[in-house]
Design a protein around this ligand. Structure first.
Ligand SMILES: Cc1cc2nc3c(=O)[nH]c(=O)nc-3n(C[C@H](O)[C@H](O)[C@H](O)COP(=O)(O)OP(=O)(O)OC[C@H]3O[C@@H](n4cnc5c(N)ncnc54)[C@H](O)[C@@H]3O)c2cc1C
Length: 429
């Protein structure tokens, strides 16, 4: 008789914790090893000046069904945990789109046709483009860049700058001339084409460690699993029993390993294993894109017109008003996704540019008491056309890969990470 699996999960980010919850749910023995003191990885809480921040403002979509369902499974309450906004895009003084309460995809078509800040012809072209995509089931024969796709469908100038470019950068964290059109279409399909709730935008009221990984940790411990933080894995050695893991406090044996570390670390851990040479090559070929997040603490009465809004042709791409999201009055967040000129500036210089933009756009003449710039240099993989991503299964049975960068329909997102983790658990079960 086969003995029951003993699974090690390397990495306590969203992918690793999703895998661990799905294993624990099935009564499978699981041990999570996380090198950092806290869980969450690239979506984690950060304390600065006694204020609860995140390593970056994240946004979830209603179509992130697996993530939302796991948050509920481990004890979350979606009504309380999120500020839920129906699909709306506001670019200060430039563009405004709001979906009416109609079934999908009618809500989107009406939103496009009634958008403010675009000519009638541009609105019509945007609506036609969506209908064409729907007819083609959001599938391309060959993947191309988003810029090429938009060009082919006459989505020029204003439409590009005010609608598609901000959307693409927010969704794929990759500039439109480098971004995969097919992956963007996958997101558009899931968010815009099924139910109206799928296109809702969800802004968490809790920090990202508390939202899922910390709750997941309790769930796993209650079901007899093990969790080790500040406990990095330094090597994986296949042997006749399965795998020996070298961890900070010694060596441990497991029948299965789910490596849910970020791609650079995964490549490092897998490199010594000869059977995985091709997998390592695929991981090493991935390129990365940054995300910069600036938190600015203004006096408590300071408020933006919307909880979330964009700026047109500015360093600050998206602004969030934490007062309206989670009650932290006067705390504003500016997000700058993907590569760009901002990377050439020092943190103080960048913060000053953002402060000036807030002054010019909102007549915000007061100075913030403090600001904090968090630059995640490898926030996501660069989501380029036809990108080869490693599968969850590797040539070595029993060793699986989870993470936002592994094979899937999504770009580097929480949902992509969670789906990969759940898939690994299913493969083992
Ligand atoms: C600033 C920023 C903003 C973002 N915004 C959004 C957004 O709005 N919406 C969205 O959906 N996605 C967003 N993302 C992407 C999202 O955060 C990631 O796709 C997701 O968190 C990746 O999860 P993961 O588990 O695959 O990897 P990670 O979060 O990187 O988890 C890997 C874990 O492995 C641990 N680890 C590393 N080495 C070892 C080792 N040797 N032993 C043990 N553990 C190890 C790490 O500490 C980490 O906890 C954003 C990312 C960033 C950085």
């Amino acid at each position: 008789m086969n003995s029951p699996p003993q699974v090690a999960v390397i990495g306590g980010g969203y992918a690793g914790m999703a895998a661990a919850v799905s294993l624990a749910e099935r009564g499978i023995s699981v041990s999570v090893f996380e090198s950092a003191k806290q869980l969450g990885g690239r979506a984690r809480g950060v304390i600065h000046q006694e204020t609860q921040l995140d390593n970056g403002q994240h946004l979830l979509l209603g179509c992130y069904r697996q993530t939302l369902s796991l948050i509920e499974q481990v004890g979350g309450n979606l009504e309380q945990d999120f500020l839920r906004l129906p699909l709306q895009l506001e670019l200060q003084r430039q563009f405004s789109l709001k979906a009416p309460k109609l079934p999908a995809p009618l809500h989107l078509l009406i939103a496009l046709l009634t958008a403010k800040g675009l000519s009638y012809t541009a609105r019509l072209k945007a609506a036609r483009f969506m209908l064409t995509l729907r007819r083609s089931k959001f599938t391309l024969a060959d993947d191309i860049s988003v810029a090429e796709l938009l060009e082919q469908h006459g989505q020029h100038a204003d439409l590009l700058q005010k609608l598609w470019e901000p959307l693409c950068i927010a969704a794929l964290n990759t500039p439109i001339h480098k971004a995969s059109a097919q992956i963007l279409l996958n997101v558009l399909h899931d968010a815009l084409n099924r139910t109206r709730a799928d296109s809702d935008m969800l802004l968490p009221r809790l920090d990202f460690s508390a939202l899922f990984p910390d709750r997941a940790a309790n769930y796993i411990l209650q079901r007899g699993g093990n969790l080790h933080t500040s406990c990095g894995v330094t090597s994986i050695t296949p042997n006749e029993f399965g795998f020996a893991l070298e961890v900070t406090n010694g060596s441990q044996l497991f029948s299965h390993v789910i490596c849910a570390a970020p791609p650079v670390i995964a490549a490092k851990l897998l490199r010594p294993i000869a059977q995985l040479a091709q997998t390592v090559k695929i991981i090493e070929a991935l390129r990365h894109q940054p995300i910069y997040t600036l938190y600015l603490k203004y006096p408590s009465h300071v408020r933006l017109p919307h909880a979330m809004q964009g700026l047109h042709q500015r360093f600050s791409q998206w602004l969030f008003d934490k007062g309206q999201i989670d009650g932290q009055q006067g705390l504003l967040v500016a997000v700058i996704s993907a590569e760009g000129l901002h990377q050439n500036l020092g943190h103080d210089e960048l913060a000053q540019r953002v402060i000036d933009e807030l002054k010019e756009e909102f007549a915000l003449y007061e100075q913030p008491a403090w600001y904090k710039v968090i630059a995640e240099k490898r926030a996501t993989f660069a989501c380029t056309p036809g990108l080869h991503r490693p599968g969850q299964q590797t040539p070595l049975p029993g060793l699986l890969l989870a993470g936002d960068y592994t094979q899937g329909a999504y770009p580097a997102t929480l949902e992509g990470a969670v789906l990969s983790g759940v898939r690994c658990a299913r493969l083992i079960a």
